[in-house]
Design a protein. Structure first.
Length: 194
């Protein structure tokens, strides 16, 4: 969303460059700034809920596969909060491709398990990159925390993606959404074939 008003601001700057009045350029620039802030806020909200949905889904899937009792209400409430980057990384490390039963032969997708494992590994590696980026941002801003990878794993992305920097969730939010949306279907398939 931010690209269009930002490009419009550049274009307005070209038209008003020789003139002494730059109201149009200023208006479009303010709009671009507000759109950028809105887009960032919406993405961070989406991140919080998608990450929580994935962590909760993996916890439920593991309980179903291991034939454990359901989570308590308190346990669900805790898992519905934004997970730390380390918790998300751990959930993405679950061998989901091996936990979910294979599809019936008549509807099997060739290489499905390998493709699933690759997608999960790709997003897990991207979360690892985000932890490195959070650590680098702290060093650039001369912040006390996080200085180590372990400290970065304890961070919430929504609190460690400062507005003046490029969003740390770029490139990972969409695949995270897809995995979070798939987990309930994996749980259903596991229960159905149990």
């Amino acid at each position: 969303m931010w690209d269009r008003p930002n490009n419009a601001g550049d274009t307005a700057g070209l038209y008003t460059a020789p003139a002494s009045f730059s109201f149009h350029e200023e208006a479009v620039g303010q709009l671009a700034s507000d759109v950028g802030a809105y887009e960032r806020r919406a993405a961070l909200i989406a991140w919080r809920y998608a990450a929580a949905a994935l962590v909760l889904g993996v916890a439920v899937l593991r309980r179903v596969v291991d034939n454990k009792p359901p989570l308590t209400v308190t346990g669900v409430e805790e898992l519905c909060q934004e997970p730390t980057l380390g918790q998300l990384h751990e959930a993405l490390s679950a061998p989901v491709a091996d936990l979910v039963p294979a599809r019936p032969i008549h509807s099997a997708i060739p290489g499905e398990r390998e493709a699933t494992a690759r997608r999960w590994a790709t997003v897990r590696d991207a979360v690892d990159d985000v932890m490195n980026l959070v650590q680098e941002l702290a060093a650039d801003e001369d912040a006390d925390h996080p200085r180590t990878k372990d400290e970065a794993a304890t961070c919430l992305l929504t609190r460690h993606s400062p507005p003046p920097t490029d969003p740390t969730y770029d490139g990972i939010l969409e695949p995270l959404f897809h995995l979070a949306e798939e987990v309930p279907y994996d749980i259903h398939r596991t229960i159905k074939q149990a």
